[in-house]
Design a protein. Structure first.
Length: 354
């Protein structure tokens, strides 16, 4: 029987930080900053005793003798009374509603509710849930093995030994990327807002769509992480020494990559010009650049620089995100552009942008 090794210490708190890591949904929960803010309500409402606007007995006599009744809330001055002159009880002072629809879902909480819809999708009635059908190759089990995207998804072949050597080589870039990478531990959507200015106020449907994508990506990434249980790079290569607490879940696929790519793909889907062209895509001769895709790549790459992910983890996250977009488009509350639901509402917000 295992016994406790001692009192709870700082390292036992890593689970709490790990739960925060890659969990941008908290940004939407209250989101009151200048970029994504909405509502503007403080988390605490102080209620004191405020003087009534008229002095007791009216404004008669010497003003120096006036005094004002203090009101708590609900205000009892002036006195609301029945026809018989009996003061109304506190609960009867104001009109109250008998019923009302709830319309105050925050984007983050609404996204969590959306997850049950996303998870239930089986568009072809195949008996297999759609989000479980990503044909990811098994990650390399150790040095001398490969993660082969070429044979399964038409991508690259990653040799694990080469990946570890590459990650050691990336250590020299940590100083240059550290502040950015640490910010991206807790915010992914914010970086897309930085390159494409939108907020909950300016583009509410787009903002909500991003949070839907965020939780769907987290859900899928953690499912596949558990399927493969790949060790983190630093478990194999001590030279890496990540400058952050290594997340306490498996490495493959990268959740940050999945989140960033699914958000980028959703934005690219709805950001269309009048002719249906993708606003963020630019072609330079034979080269096409897309700021959304480049940001997703950058966020994933920064996790590699920190030494917590292999490049093949990032590639796996991208493929999971592609499937995630496909599933989101079948969800009744989201659908594809033209379906009249969330994606179409988000697309309408970009009309006029060229």
């Amino acid at each position: 029987m295992n016994k406790s090794s001692g009192p709870i210490g700082a390292f036992d708190a890593r689970d709490a930080r790990d739960a925060r890591d890659a969990r941008d949904a908290r940004d939407a929960r209250d989101a009151r900053d200048a970029r994504g803010g909405y509502g503007g309500s403080p988390t605490y409402l102080g209620i004191g005793i405020s003087p009534h606007t008229l002095p007791e007995g009216g404004k008669t006599g010497d003003a120096a003798n006036w005094w004002w009744a203090g009101n708590q809330w609900p205000a009892t001055t002036p006195v609301a009374a029945t026809a018989a002159g009996v003061p109304k009880r506190l609960h009867a002072i104001f009109h109250h509603y008998n019923k009302a629809p709830f319309k105050d879902w925050s984007p983050g909480n609404e996204a969590i509710a959306f997850l049950s819809e996303f998870a239930a999708q089986d568009a072809n009635n195949s008996g297999t849930l759609d989000w479980q059908t990503v044909n990811l190759p098994a990650p390399a089990p150790g040095p001398g093995f490969e993660t082969d995207f070429a044979s399964v998804l038409g991508g690259e072949v990653y040799k694990q030994e080469d990946e570890l050597i590459e990650l050691v080589g990336l250590i020299e870039h940590r100083d240059g990327v550290m502040d950015e990478a640490l910010q991206q531990r807790d915010t992914v959507i914010g970086y897309f807002q930085g390159i494409v200015p939108f907020t909950y106020l300016s583009h509410p449907a787009t903002y909500r769509l991003c949070h839907h994508a965020l939780v769907a990506a987290q859900f899928m990434a953690f499912y596949y992480k558990k399927q493969f249980d790949r060790p983190r790079p630093s478990q194999l290569q001590p030279s890496l020494l990540p400058p952050i607490d290594v997340p306490q879940h498996a490495s493959y696929p990268s959740a940050h990559a999945t989140e960033a790519w699914l958000i980028a793909l959703c934005l690219d889907t709805v950001m269309l010009d009048a002719g249906g062209g993708h606003i963020m895509r630019t072609t330079h001769n034979a080269l096409t650049r897309n700021a959304l895709h480049d940001m997703a790549t950058r966020i994933a790459r920064n996790r590699e620089v920190l030494g917590v992910h292999y490049p093949s983890d990032s590639e796996a996250g991208r493929f999971v995100a592609i499937k995630g977009l496909e599933v989101m488009k079948t969800c009744p509350s989201v659908l594809d552009v033209g379906g009249g639901k969330l994606m179409e509402k988000a697309r309408q917000e970009w009309i006029g942008w060229e």
